[in-house]
Design a protein around this ligand. Structure first.
Ligand code: NAD
Length: 352
């Protein structure tokens, strides 16, 4: 079985959960034993077929360390749920650009070693898929890595809300190079956006009219601080657009990140309110609170996306791959209804 050779951009909380996830599931071979994964196999690929071959970061304490250690370095603060053996992948010093927010600069220092040539390092490592896990507000840095990935001949997965994969200019450039690109802004497994859409879609199907609804988050990881200070508006726009897409009528919808509470660490509290009318125009309201840990919430979907992108590479599918993006991201080039997006992905990964 060929391995899926992955380069990681940003060794933060999400990368930590992803690397642990590959270890956690590597010996699980039956669906019955497999808790927390939507697909034990994507096509012929098992999570253990994913191999991390290269990683970039800028934080002192992470750069120069083996990836297995760097994922647990400060300010990462997500859950430890798997032992990760030495991976023999040294975290390389990438270009900083706008990578560090004011808050990140207060809780971590920038490593002072010179930056590497990213495209060259990707080539030397044999990486074929690059996963962008930079902070939300790091738009210049994200664009730079998308450029380096293209130069190195790698497929690009943009988990961040910095818009890249859904921009036609990038999709065209990747298409010309014969490479797949997917994104933007990953949808979590037990995510607030996903849950909000399911609630609204189901209520609509049952004849209920929701007139006003919000979904707001409070979190404590670096990512929550970054979003609040640098990506509040874009995140709110992406989430609101994604949620509104399931309603066939106009409603007042607000969905976004609200605040940062340090002691929550990598936990996220998501609050939902729905107000509307049911039979006879009788009003109802609903308040829900969802509590999750942020980074592991990205793991299951990321494992599907990485394996889906490997299939795209094998098939020679280039440019924006809608069956993967619509299934796994909040802001694909085209937002599809939830069920249609799921079916399209299933069809894509099972096609001969
Ligand atoms: N459930 C989730 O966690 C989830 C869901 C959807 C999207 N995302 C997105 O995934 C991304 C990563 O989230 P996270 O929680 O891991 O963030 P994080 O802040 O924990 O990690 C970001 C990492 O990037 C590094 N970095 C900053 N600038 C860099 C540069 N120029 N080059 C290389 N590395 C650099 C930081 O040092 C840090 O290690 C965010 O954009 C987030 O919006 C996460």
């Amino acid at each position: 079985m060929p391995k899926i050779r992955v380069g990681l951009v940003g060794v933060g909380n999400c990368a930590c959960a992803l690397v642990q996830g590959v270890e956690y599931y590597k010996n699980i071979r039956s669906e019955e034993e497999c808790v927390g994964l939507r697909h034990l196999y994507v096509g012929k690929y098992h999570p253990s077929d994913i191999e991390f071959v290269c990683a970039f970061d800028v934080t002192a304490g992470k750069v120069g360390k083996d990836l297995s250690e760097a994922i647990f370095e400060r300010p990462n603060n997500t859950l430890r749920f798997a032992e990760v053996p030495k991976l023999d992948v040294e975290v390389l010093r990438g270009p900083l650009l706008d990578g560090m927010s004011k808050y990140a600069g207060e809780v971590a220092e920038v490593d002072d070693s010179p930056e590497v040539d990213v495209a060259q390092s990707l080539k030397e490592s044999g990486a074929e898929v690059v996963v962008n896990l930079l902070p939300s507000g790091a738009s210049e840095a994200s664009l730079r890595y998308a450029e380096e990935s293209l130069k190195a001949g790698c497929a690009f997965i943009n988990a961040t809300p910095n818009l890249i994969a859904s921009e036609s200019s990038w999709a065209e450039r990747y298409a010309e190079a014969g490479l797949p690109i997917v994104g933007d802004d990953l949808t979590d497994q037990v995510g607030a956006t996903f849950l909000h859409k399911v609630l609204l879609e189901t209520l609509n199907r049952r004849g209920v009219k929701v007139s006003r609804t919000y979904q707001l988050d409070v979190g404590g990881g670096t990512e929550s601080a970054d979003t609040l200070s640098r990506a509040w508006e874009v995140k709110r726009r992406i989430k609101t657009k994604s949620v509104m897409s399931v309603l066939p009528y106009e409603a007042e919808v607000v969905a976004g990140s609200t605040d940062f509470v340090e002691f929550l660490k990598n936990s996220r509290d998501s609050y939902f309110r729905l107000e509307g009318l049911y039979f006879g125009g009788v009003p109802f309201s609903m308040d829900i609170k969802l509590q999750t840990v942020d980074a592991p919430n990205a793991g299951s979907v990321l494992l599907d996306v990485i394996r889906g992108v490997k299939i795209a590479l094998e098939r020679g599918d280039a440019g924006h791959v809608l069956p993967i993006s619509a299934y796994a991201f909040k802001h694909p080039a085209k937002i599809l209804p939830l069920l249609e997006a799921d079916e399209l992905f299933e069809k894509y990964i099972t096609e001969a």
